[in-house]
Design a protein around this ligand. Structure first.
Ligand SMILES: [Fe+2]
Length: 510
């Protein structure tokens, strides 16, 4: 394995840090590295061809008032690329405006989500709340051959070369980017049409917008979505013909908001509202369906079936877990991040477009979240969901489950004591013949052995364990959202000797 240091960030985190989301499995990186010819245990399938990209909340400074929340961390992308049975690795910070400003300042300039906005040193900022740093550390997708990172509170989309991870600037969409509202956590790419669908939300009417970017990176559709007030939606879904937005009954308390305070509150007496709009529909074409009260962080997919839209995602039994006094202060403070405390279960909603009726069913008794499907089935009927299991009480993933949503059968793999994974992307095999004909890719951090590995599973045989383990140069921080970028979708992937230099960007550091 050849390792090269690409850059170093200034970090001012204390040596004796005791924050559980900055230590242990969440110990952040400050050095950017490149490594080729990674050591492989097992056999790397030659038909695994492309790049696994994972975003990470990777802080480099203490929070302004000492109340760090893991969603505040700066974005670091880890990439593991697979070509011709070999693997390479890169990790780079996303060079956001906020990250660069704080590198220059030598400390935090913006208050985090658990801190008061007026404490921000900078008057400007991003996010639905305002005066936050756009950390861009939430999701990563690949659209039009470019990786895009996003921020859960709405912000810019940062463009990265998907193999070198060089930051290429912000998405502008030819000057049409909605700068004042931004884009929320999870833009959705439809591989069939080359389109990317997105929404944003904020504290001013109409409180939400929905838009479409075409395969040439142009904003071709952008409409108001009227909500009853400011809401906190996180994800959306789509089918061949429709986009599905949501109005979950968990939102900032209006009376507190009027006083400039941002206190999220769940309202169990209010329904979950699901908004179905034709993909190029106008504001008045949205139809709202009411379902049982819950908050949904992530949908896995949606598709059309006769008169119905079938929507799958994770229903939360306890969107606002009570402080039960168990665990230490951090475990209690961050109880809303623990899958068991939220009681997340794979769930199906059937929205009847003819009658307006909604039928629901729980698909699994196992607590999972962060589900991924074969990307070729996005918007079309799927059968399998690959999701994470969580460590009780913590925002850590200790294994993965392959849900067969047709039979209810589940296959499970547990990473092992002290080993924590991230969202697991499904990589269809080159020349795949079926939905589960491919591989699952994830990165794990082994705290006890102080190392990280990229694990590759046969998607159809999860319980058998990984078919290959790829050793990374160092133990990296735990992280969440990820994506799979097939080599065939990457410019010059096949025509260059070195896929990471194919686009001609240099390897300069910070
Ligand atoms: Fe998310």
């Amino acid at each position: 394995m050849e390792i090269e240091v690409l850059g170093r960030a200034l970090t001012t985190l204390p040596a004796d840090d005791d924050h559980p989301y900055r230590t242990g499995a969440w110990r952040p990186q400050s050095i950017e590295r490149s490594a080729d010819d990674l050591e492989i245990v097992g056999e790397l399938p030659p038909d695994l061809d492309g790049v696994y990209l994972r975003n990470t909340e990777n802080p480099v400074h203490p929070a302004l008032d000492g109340r760090y929340h893991p969603f505040d961390g700066d974005a670091m992308i880890h990439a593991v690329g697979f070509r011709d049975g070999k693997a390479f690795y890169r990790n780079r910070f996303v060079k956001t405006d906020g990250f660069l400003a704080e590198q220059t300042a030598g400390g935090a300039l913006w208050a985090g989500i658990a801190e008061r906005p007026e404490r921000s040193i900078r008057q400007d900022g991003w996010g639905a709340r305002g005066r936050m740093k756009d950390a861009s550390s939430t999701d990563v997708v690949v659209h039009n051959g470019v990786a895009l990172t996003s921020f859960w509170q709405c912000g810019d989309l940062y463009r990265l070369e998907p193999t070198t991870l060089e930051t290429l600037g912000k998405a502008t969409w030819g000057g049409q980017f909605p700068t004042s509202q931004g884009v929320s956590a999870h833009p959705k790419v439809d591989d069939r049409t080359g389109e990317m669908l997105f929404f944003n939300y904020g504290t001013e009417a109409p409180y939400m917008h929905y838009g479409v970017i075409d395969s040439d990176d142009r904003l071709v559709h952008y409409v108001d979505i009227e909500l009853p007030g400011p809401r906190l939606p996180h994800d959306m879904a789509f089918t061949d013909n429709y986009a599905i937005l949501n109005d979950c009954p968990l939102f900032w308390l209006p009376e507190a908001l009027a006083a400039g305070k941002y206190r999220p509150k769940f309202h169990p007496d209010m329904p979950l509202r699901l908004g179905v709009i034709p993909r190029r529909g106008t504001s008045d074409q949205i139809r709202w369906f009411e379902a049982s009260s819950t908050y949904v962080l992530h949908w896995t997919n949606a598709y059309e079936s006769g008169d119905e839209i079938v929507l799958e995602g994770f229903h939360q039994e306890y969107p606002e877990p009570e402080d039960n006094g168990e665990g230490g202060i951090y475990q209690r403070l961050f109880r809303s991040l623990a899958l068991d405390r939220m009681g997340t279960h794979l769930h199906r909603w059937r929205l009847n477009l003819r009658t307006g009726e909604v039928r629901e069913e729980r698909l699994s008794e196992t607590v999972t979240e962060f589900g991924m499907i074969n990307p070729h089935h996005a918007g079309r009927q799927h059968r399998y969901t690959y999701a994470a299991t969580g460590v009780p009480g913590w925002f850590l993933f200790d294994g993965l489950v392959r849900h067969d949503t047709l039979t209810g059968r589940e296959e499970r793999y547990t990473f092992g004591e002290g080993v924590f994974g991230s969202e697991t992307a499904m990589a269809p095999r080159v020349g795949a013949s079926g939905e589960d004909d491919g591989y699952l890719v994830t990165i794990v951090s082994d705290v006890d052995r102080d190392l990280s590995e990229c694990l590759v599973f046969d998607a159809a045989n999860v319980a058998d364990g990984p078919v290959a383990r790829i050793r990374l140069p160092e133990r990296i921080s735990s992280g969440t959202h990820s994506t799979w970028a097939p080599g065939a979708d990457l410019p010059h992937w096949r025509t260059s000797d070195d896929p990471t230099e194919a686009m001609g960007f240099d390897r300069t550091g910070l």
